[in-house]
Design a protein around this ligand. Structure first.
Ligand SMILES: *Cc1c(COP(=O)(O)O)cnc(C)c1O
Length: 354
C-alpha cells in the first residue's frame, strides 16, 4: 500500500453473517453474485471468505470474470456466467462452469452443438430486460424441449428495475411458465436478486441469486438491519500544508476555490487513478469524528480542507455515510464502490470483541 496510503477494509465476519442470514431466512441455497470484482470488494479476497461461510455456487456477468475464478483452481465450486460465452468449448473443459441460454436462437444453437444441458440455464423474460426467451416463444421452446428430451441445469428470470408488485406478478408468471415447460426439466429455479430476496418474493424458486446483500449493502429505499456493512475506504493524512502563502492546491488555483476560511490543506494518497473520480470534488470525509471537505482531486492525490485539530497520520474515512454520499453524487453506493480499482489494496478485517 505504501506509507500512509489508502485501503479498502473488508469485514470478513459481516460477510459470513450476511451469507448465513440470507441462507437461513430464505431456507434456499445461495448463488452469490461476485461480478465486477465483487462490486469493488475484491473478487480474490471475497471468494475465500464466502467459501468459509459455506458458499459453493458463484455467479458472474462476463466470461472474463468466470475465467478469473477458474484460474484460482478452487475445488468443488460451481460458476454460473450470465452472458453467453464466446468460446463454448470451455464448458467442456470445465464441468463446473455453467452458462445461461439468453435467447431462442441460442437454444437452437445449443441443441445443434449438442452442448451438455446439465451446464445450461434457460432464461425466461417477462417484458423487462428483453433478454431471454419470451411469451410468444414459450410454445416453440416446449416443443424443442420435448423433441430433444432436454434436461437443463436450471431456469431463471431477472427482476430488472421492477417494483415489488411487478416482481410478485413476474414470479407468478415465471412459475406458471416453468410448469408449462415441465418443472422436472429444471434442477434449480432462481429469480431473486437481493431486493426480491429481502422482500421474500420468490415462491417456488429453489435458489436465490444475491450480490449486494451478501456484501453488506441493500438497495436504496430498502432497509434490513440484519444486513451488515462489510466495506470501508480508509487511509491517513499524508501531510498538511498551510496554504496562506501558496497560489495552488494541487493543480487548482486557490483563488478559484471556496476555502471557507480554512488555512490548511491535508493531502491524501487517493485520486482518480484509483477510481476516485473528480465527481467526488467537495464531498465530505470523516477525520476524528468530524467532517471535512475534499476540495481537489488529481490522479494520485486529493486535498482536504482541515483545521488545527487534524494532524499528519490521522485516519481519514471516505464514503462513511452511504446515504449522504449517494445523495451528493446522485449515484448508488454499489456504483462508486465498484468504480474503485485494483490499485487500492483490499484488506480483510474481523470484528473486534465488544
Ligand atoms: C447483478 C445480478 C444479480 C445480483 O443482484 P443484486 O442486486 O446485487 O443482488 C442477480 N442476477 C442477475 C442476472 C444479475 O445481473
Amino acid at each position: 500500500m505504501g506509507r500512509n496510503g489508502f485501503q479498502i477494509n473488508i469485514n470478513k465476519d459481516n460477510i459470513i453473517h450476511n451469507f448465513n442470514y440470507i441462507k437461513n431466512s430464505t431456507k434456499k441455497d445461495v448463488i452469490t453474485v461476485v461480478k465486477a470484482n465483487a462490486y469493488g470488494h475484491g473478487l480474490i479476497e471475497v471468494i475465500p471468505i464466502l467459501i468459509e461461510a459455506g458458499c459453493s455456487y458463484f455467479a458472474v456477468a462476463r466470461e472474463s470474470e468466470a475465467k478469473e475464478i477458474l484460474n484460482l483452481n478452487i475445488p468443488n465450486i460451481k460458476i454460473l456466467v450470465f452472458e453467453t460465452l464466446e468460446n463454448l468449448s470451455i464448458l467442456d473443459e470445465h464441468k463446473n462452469l455453467e452458462m445461461i441460454i439468453n435467447s431462442l436462437e441460442e437454444l437452437k444453437e445449443a441443441i445443434d452443438l449438442k452442448l451438455n444441458f446439465s451446464q445450461l440455464h434457460l432464461k425466461l423474460d417477462f417484458g423487462f430486460a428483453r433478454n431471454g426467451v419470451y411469451y410468444e416463444q414459450f410454445e416453440e421452446v416446449k416443443n424443442l424441449i420435448l423433441q430433444n428430451d432436454l434436461y437443463f441445469k436450471g431456469a431463471m428470470t431477472h427482476f430488472f428495475a421492477s417494483t415489488p408488485d411487478e416482481m410478485l406478478q413476474i414470479q407468478k408468471q415465471f412459475m406458471e411458465t416453468i410448469k408449462f415447460l415441465g418443472i422436472d426439466r429444471f434442477k434449480v429455479i432462481h429469480s431473486q436478486n437481493s431486493a426480491a430476496t429481502l422482500l421474500k418474493i420468490g415462491d417456488g424458486s429453489t435458489h436465490v441469486r444475491c450480490g449486494i446483500s451478501v456484501l453488506g449493502m441493500v438497495d436504496i429505499g430498502l432497509t434490513d438491519n440484519n444486513i451488515k456493512r462489510s466495506w470501508s475506504l480508509v487511509g491517513s493524512v499524508y501531510n498538511i500544508k498551510n496554504f496562506d502563502h501558496l497560489n495552488f492546491i494541487g493543480y487548482e488555483r486557490i483563488s478559484d476555490l471556496n476555502t471557507n476560511g480554512f488555512k490548511k490543506v491535508a493531502k491524501i494518497k487517493l485520486g482518480y487513478g484509483d477510481g476516485f473520480s473528480k465527481k467526488n470534488t467537495n464531498i465530505l470525509c470523516h477525520i476524528n469524528q468530524k467532517t471535512y471537505q475534499i476540495v481537489h482531486i488529481s490522479m494520485d492525490t486529493s486535498f482536504i480542507l482541515v483545521d488545527d485539530s487534524v494532524n499528519e497520520g490521522d485516519l481519514v474515512e471516505i464514503y462513511k455515510d452511504f446515504e449522504e454520499c449517494n445523495n451528493y453524487l446522485n449515484m448508488a453506493h454499489y456504483e462508486y464502490t465498484t468504480l474503485l480499482n485494483k490499485r487500492i489494496p483490499r484488506i480483510i478485517t474481523k470484528n473486534t470483541l465488544k
